[in-house]
Ligand binder design. Structure first.
Ligand code: AMP
Ligand code: ZN
Length: 475
């Protein structure tokens, strides 16, 4: 089935059509490194990770670029307050960001351009816009002239006539007087030699505007027309509208063919945001004992990416159990796949069950990345697979087919194999209970053995007696 994905520009779910067959250039707006990423930011990066994994599962060769905003008003303000240089200030937040990606099993992008490393292409882009009359200088800054770009507002279907600057908190700090009209936005901000963040340019000392950096880095890495551009919904306006305006005004080409905007993560007080101080970081959740794979699972499957999702910490407890159940089933199938076959000629019903689950999983993802529906197919497989294996109705072929379908699931979900690979260790007390139960079985004291099985279950350990001996897993 072809993969269909909602495109913010058209407002339709449509087949993604890259410029070059078999290849996709994907740009994702990355972090502004003045603080740790919160799990709202991470929800957006996870949705983008799911998208990339699904494109790759369709055999497409994806080149992903994610920018790092390492210069902006907030960074300058905080670095000055801390008395540090720009790089010294941003380095720990950048390291924390990469650590979060690794903990969440987010595939690394192919390029992480940093704004401070791309000043030259940014200056060149500003110059092109000045030369073509789409930009003007004023008091040492350079602004984009929105009236020169009639298509402005196409992405968000804005009525540009009534448009006011300041649509998001972000633009306020980008605001400067001296503009021809209030909606024009800064491409280059006036500064002075010796400022914490200032570069020399044909238009004077200064620094780039935030929107400009994404256009310049995206086009530098992926060409003037991108297949796919991603960012959280708050990026649509003004950030992405401004990116479109300055890029298309400079090149005369369509800047982006397909726009992907995952919805926000909410908490009781509203949108999770650095400015609201209502945010939670992955590190905090880990310090409270949560597994990052449960965080990945919850943020990906809790709601469709185009729906808002209300985060509550206790949801992580259920997510943890789900991840563990999937990992236990994975291990069970891997083990069963290597056991004796069913009796000669017996059809293994798990094969058809596994294949159907695989098809349902793919179909749901092909329909605008509907992971909540897709994951239901994986749990149907888990339940039916466990039932058939419990009754001895499924054998190694069925288990092998189930494992193959689980591999498909996990190539997008990204939690099962990692979790299954974690070496499970018993505490001394658990080990003692298990040993005593095995002894009771050897002594044929089934009453004691059953009682010990219940005791183990009560502390979250399920024991299973198979013809190859006793196995256990956590539930
Ligand atoms: P920032 O570091 O503020 O530039 O944001 C990085 C990314 O996180 C952007 O794509 C934002 O749109 C996204 N984002 C910010 N807040 C949230 C939230 N509460 N839920 C989901 N994504 C968010
Ligand atoms: Zn951006």
């Amino acid at each position: 089935m072809p993969f269909k994905l909602f495109n913010t520009m058209s407002g339709e779910i449509e087949v993604l059509q890259p410029l070059q067959t078999g290849r996709v250039g994907m740009y994702t707006c990355g972090p502004t490194v003045h603080d740790q990423a919160h799990i709202g930011n991470l929800r957006t990066y996870l949705a983008e990770d799911l998208l990339r994994r699904h494109l790759e599962a369709h055999g497409l060769k994806v080149t992903q670029v994610m920018n790092i905003t390492d210069v902006d008003d907030k960074i300058i303000e905080k670095a000055s307050a801390a008395g540090s240089g720009l790089d010294d200030f941003t380095a720990p937040f950048m390291a924390a960001f990469f650590l979060d990606l690794e903990r969440l099993n987010i595939q690394p992008a192919h390029h992480y351009p940093r704004a401070t490393g791309y000043i030259k292409p940014m200056i060149e882009l500003v110059q092109r816009l000045l030369d073509s009359g789409h930009a003007y200088s004023s008091e040492g800054s350079v602004y984009f002239r929105i009236s020169s770009f009639p298509n402005y507002g196409r992405l968000t279907h804005l009525d540009t006539a009534g448009l006011k600057a300041g649509g998001s908190g972000r633009i306020d700090s980008d605001e400067y007087e001296a503009k021809e009209t209030v909606r024009d936005f800064a491409l280059w901000k006036a500064g002075a030699k010796g400022d914490l963040a200032a570069w020399d340019s044909p238009f004077g000392w200064g620094r780039p505007g935030w929107h400009l950096e994404c256009s310049a880095m995206a086009m530098d890495k992926l060409g003037e027309s991108l297949d796919l551009h991603c960012g959280g919904v708050d990026n649509k306006f003004p950030h992405h509208e401004n990116e479109i305006a300055q890029s298309e005004a400079a090149t005369g080409k369509t800047f982006v063919r397909h726009w992907f905007h995952p919805e926000h993560l909410l908490v009781a007080s509203g949108k999770m945001a650095k400015s609201q101080r209502n945010f939670v970081t992955l590190t905090t959740l880990m310090e409270r004992g949560h597994d990052p794979l449960a965080v990945r699972f919850l943020l990906l499957t809790g709601a469709h990416y185009r729906h808002k999702f209300q985060f509550k910490e206790d949801l992580l407890v259920e997510a943890e159990k789900d991840v563990e159940r999937l990992a236990a089933f994975w291990k069970r199938c891997a083990q069963a796949a290597s056991e004796h076959p069913l009796s000669e000629g017996a059809a293994d019903p798990l094969i058809a069950v596994a294949q159907r689950a695989g098809r349902q999983f793919e179909a749901a993802l092909d329909d605008d990345l509907n992971l909540p529906d897709a994951i239901a197919a994986a749990f149907d497989l888990l339940r039916e697979g466990n039932r058939l294996l419990d009754k001895g109705l499924a054998g190694p072929e069925g288990a092998g087919a189930a494992l193959a379908s689980l591999r498909l699931v996990d190539s997008r979900l990204g939690v099962i194999e990692r979790r299954a690979a974690v070496e499970e260790v018993l505490t001394d007390m658990e080990d003692d209970l298990l040993r005593r139960r095995e002894q009771a079985r050897r002594d044929r004291d089934y009453a004691a053995s059953d009682r010990l099985r219940d005791e183990l279950l009560a502390i979250g350990i399920q024991v299973e007696d198979t013809k190859d001996g006793t196995r256990w897993h956590r539930i």
